[in-house]
Design a protein around this ligand. Structure first.
Ligand SMILES: CCc1cc(Oc2ccnc(N(Cc3cccc(OC(F)(F)C(F)F)c3)C[C@@H](O)C(F)(F)F)n2)ccc1Cl
Length: 481
């Protein structure tokens, strides 16, 4: 994916990160830069020079290590259609090591000296990061990485340092050191940037996978960088048992999302529909109530179980050995509208009699086509689903017992049963199940601020602010030695 930008970019999901988010994420830049300096290795610097009055001098700086590092500040800004420019000021770092030099002194006396040194450096870093697409994954290109030095001083331990060393350092060694620093630090920054990009990609893929159900989040195009946001476009195709199904969708246009909230996720409703289909195929859209649960539900809705059908039901099936099975007969169809998420599904409800030594038998069963309109919200780290509208289309009813009621009154009763018991129990089971699923992915660890779930014709938008995910950074920093 991505190479050569297939024109019909079938985008199912768009993630937009805006400037306010970049500022929050920038708070952790210093930790990343520190990590890069620490990971970098500094090769020995050896050489020989002819020094006035000393003749040929062999010298070498060995075992160069960082002894301490502090970073003053960093800024990040988005450069339209180009890169994320990160400027880091006043990195002050002290290197420690051993300087060894030897030369043939007067009367051919050989001089070998080894003295510990400290190099006191202060510098600025500029990293202009480009985001590319590589095999459907985000790739960070930080090759435009430059260091500018304010200060680079050599201090020798012990005796006063001979003038010629000072001159050698200033004229030559410092030049080599700057080259080495730039090369090593920028290389580590590139390594870390790509480890991080892979980390996010893998974490995101895991986020959108549960068992055999997954979402293909490979990029459909190179991430877009504008002045006030950056965004990535993903397929959003369903993968079920490793089969991927696609859909035609490129109804996304940038004006559908804003740039005042930190984070936006745009989902085509085809993504939601294919997830519902996978849940159906995975036999997740079924609910079983024990007879007792069913009776309790009826009672606390004030339904009289001594009248009409209910009386018949409880007459035939002694409560304890019966169960109610509710399930989807087809994959629900999900579409998004201004009113909310519309779920069309055909549902069957069976009241089964349980027997000791044989399969349950069905005492009553009925089928309905149900259309529900649902609004979702996320508060106190819990998903909340509220039903705003629904229609019930009665389809069929079967009963082992002969009922002395008209078809009409049976249908009315079933609609009441569905409305007062069926829907609420499905919602009340679905909310915690989805919340548990999200939390199993670690969503509850994120500090999500005032999340909103909006639906428009054909798509759903999640928009939110967030506090820096420290746990994610710690996770990430663990993955790198
Ligand atoms: C889990 C959020 C998500 C990530 C997706 O895939 C990717 C893959 C690579 N990068 C991204 N980015 C968006 C993003 C934003 C916020 C969090 C996040 O992942 C995570 F941090 F929550 C965790 F899962 F790792 C990913 C970044 C991409 O937009 C950019 F910036 F690199 F261009 N998303 C696709 C859909 C969804 Cl809902």
């Amino acid at each position: 994916a991505c190479k050569g930008q297939s024109s019909s970019s079938q985008t199912g999901i768009v993630c937009r990160i805006t400037r306010p988010a970049i500022l929050v994420l920038n708070q952790e830049t210093t930790q990343m830069i520190q990590k890069a300096f620490q990971r970098a290795t500094y090769p020995d610097i050896k050489g020989e020079r002819v020094i006035l009055f000393l003749g040929k001098v062999n010298y070498g700086l060995y075992n160069i290590q960082i002894s301490n590092l502090s970073i003053f500040s960093s800024q990040a800004e988005l450069k339209k259609d180009k890169s994320i420019d990160i400027a880091i000021q006043n990195v002050s770092v002290i290197f420690k090591g051993t300087l060894q030099y030897d030369y043939n002194g007067r009367w051919l006396l050989e001089v070998h000296r080894s003295v510990d040194f400290e190099i006191d450096a202060s510098l600025d870093l500029q990293i202009n990061t480009q985001l590319n697409c590589n095999a459907g994954r985000v790739q960070a290109d930080t090759s435009d990485c430059s260091l500018s030095f304010h200060k680079l001083l050599l201090r020798l331990h012990g005796e006063k340092q001979p003038g010629w060393i000072e001159k050698l350092f200033t004229d030559f060694i410092s030049f080599t050191l700057k080259l080495i620093l730039k090369g090593q630090v920028c290389k580590e920054i590139s390594v870390l940037a790509n480890i991080m990009a892979n980390f996010v990609q893998d974490k995101a893929a895991n986020f959108l996978t549960d068992g055999d159900i997954g979402v293909d989040i490979s990029l459909t195009r190179t991430p877009v960088i504008k002045g006030s946001y950056l965004e990535s476009h993903h397929k959003g195709f369903l993968t079920y048992k490793n089969q991927s199904s696609s859909f035609q969708d490129s109804t996304y246009t940038p004006n559908l999302l804003g740039d005042s909230r930190m984070l936006y996720f745009w989902f085509s409703d085809k993504v939601l529909s294919s997830l519902a289909k996978a849940a159906f195929l995975d036999k997740r859209l079924m609910l079983t109530l024990t007879g007792d649960e069913f009776k309790a539900l009826l009672e606390n809705k004030g339904l009289d179980t001594t009248q009409g059908i209910l009386q018949k039901i409880f007459q035939i099936s002694s409560i304890s050995d019966s169960q109610v099975v509710v399930q989807s007969l087809t994959a629900p169809l999900i579409t998004c509208t201004l009113e909310g998420t519309v779920v069309k599904s055909s549902v069957s409800v069976e009241i089964q009699l349980l027997h000791q030594d044989q399969a349950p038998t069905v005492a009553f069963s009925f089928e309905e086509d149900v259309v529900t309109v649902i609004q979702a919200s996320y508060e106190e780290k819990k998903l909340i689903l509220s039903l705003s509208d629904f229609q019930i289309q009665h389809k069929s009813f079967r009963s082992v017992a002969t009922l002395s009621m008209s078809q009409e009154s049976i249908q009315d009763f079933l609609k009441i049963l569905t409305t007062m018991v069926g829907m609420p129990v499905i919602i009340s089971r679905l909310e915690p199940a989805l919340t548990t699923l999200l939390n199993s992915k670690g969503l509850d660890l994120f500090d999500i601020i005032n999340p909103e779930v909006l639906t428009k014709q054909g798509y759903l938008v999640l928009q939110m602010d967030f506090g820096f995910p420290q746990h994610l950074l710690q996770d990430f920093l663990q993955t790198i030695i």
